[in-house]
Write a protein that binds this ligand. Structure first.
Ligand code: SF4
Length: 347
């Protein structure tokens, strides 16, 4: 007998849910109630929807599924960082990370299974891109981390960064839908100012975000402001050149007036010279910028090595002298491969 594949109920908008209940001879309001269970209360089953009649729950069960993510494995680092290996409904696995500091808890979430891009220093790039995550799969990672934050740190999640597996702007529509739910009072009600989308720089999409006047923050993984060097470590730079990237960022700033953050790792023998620093200063000049110098987390092959402290100091002094805000960010969760560029489904 042929089995009918049931639809994921969370793919429906609130309007579509309301229409569905009307078409079943029920009230449109039932759609609102179910929507609240699905998003605000993150119900994993129809049975959990206790203010809905048994008949209606059975009817939903016959028509839909709720494809909730499952945490396969949770690892805790000695510095408090938590890494979740998250199993999706089709058995693929992505990772998300909770990063605690004294005052905040940040969720680092994935947007794709694997990645469409091929940064040479990144463990995720070695996984083939299998598919984009759905909005609900992104949303669920945030809910899981919010719960962990309340459980282990006695406070709700405060910030979200799209810096896990995948290039978020290559899955733009679903990332945006997830952010809509995260920021909506009918979802988690978080402020968009607490959300940062980190991209390796897809100019067309940066312009689109600017046109849509999104309210979240933008970070760019830059790593070099010299085309040849950037292309050697981030090969897609041959297509999306620095000039194009810079133009799109200028467009973004003109529209949003929102400061741009650059993520930047300094590697020995790659981008640790004065000319590299000068190029970065020059690149940043067109708009208020902040540079996060990130400590590098080696992946197995040792091809990339963290630069010396004196090279980092040179960056800090030159950037500061030129009025550019700079922070040196130590990486967290290294002992469980949860740090930037290390997410690769290794358990
Ligand atoms: S650094 Fe980001 S964009 Fe580059 S391959 Fe890794 S996950 Fe993809």
């Amino acid at each position: 007998m042929e089995t009918v594949k049931k639809k994921d109920i969370r793919a429906l908008t609130k309007e579509q849910l309301r229409d569905f209940f009307v078409s079943e001879g029920d009230k449109a309001f039932r759609g609102n109630q179910v929507y609240e269970w699905l998003w605000q209360k993150s119900a994993h089953s129809f049975e959990a929807m206790t203010n809905i009649s048994k008949e209606t729950r059975q009817m939903m069960e016959a028509n839909f599924v709720i494809n909730h993510i499952k945490v396969d494995q949770m690892q805790r680092s000695s510095d408090g960082t938590i890494k979740n290996a998250v199993r999706l409904h089709d058995d693929l696995v992505v990772e998300s990370v909770l990063i605690p500091t004294k005052t905040r808890t940040t969720a680092c979430v994935s947007s794709q299974v694997g990645c469409s891009l091929d940064c040479k220093f990144c463990a995720t790039a070695r996984l083939k891109r299998m598919r984009n995550l759905n909005p609900d799969e992104i949303y669920d990672q945030v809910v899981v981390i919010d719960n962990e934050s309340r459980l282990y740190f006695d406070r709700p999640l405060s910030n979200i960064v799209f810096m896990g597996m995948g290039e978020p702007l290559m899955n733009y529509n679903n990332v945006l839908k997830a952010i809509e739910k995260i920021t909506s009072p009918e979802g988690l009600g978080m402020s968009p100012k607490r959300i940062t989308v980190s991209t390796s720089g897809v100019p067309k999409m940066i312009r689109k975000m600017a046109d849509e006047e999104v309210k979240f923050k933008l970070a760019v993984s830059l790593h070099s402001a010299i085309d040849d060097i950037r292309t050697s470590i981030m090969p897609f730079n041959a297509t999306f050149t620095l000039a194009d990237l810079r133009e799109s960022l200028q467009y973004w700033y003109n529209k949003t007036k929102s400061r741009i953050t650059y993520e930047y790792v300094v590697w020995e023998g790659i981008n640790d010279q004065q000319k590299d620093v000068d190029a970065l200063v020059d690149f940043c000049k067109f708009a208020p910028s902040k540079v996060n110098l990130i400590e590098y987390n080696p992946i197995d092959d040792g091809e990339f090595r963290q630069a010396s402290n004196s090279a980092i100091d040179r960056y800090v002094h030159t950037l500061e002298r030129n009025g550019i805000t700079v922070t040196v960010r130590r990486s967290r969760g290294k002992d469980i491969d949860a740090a930037c560029g290390q997410l690769a489904n290794k358990q």
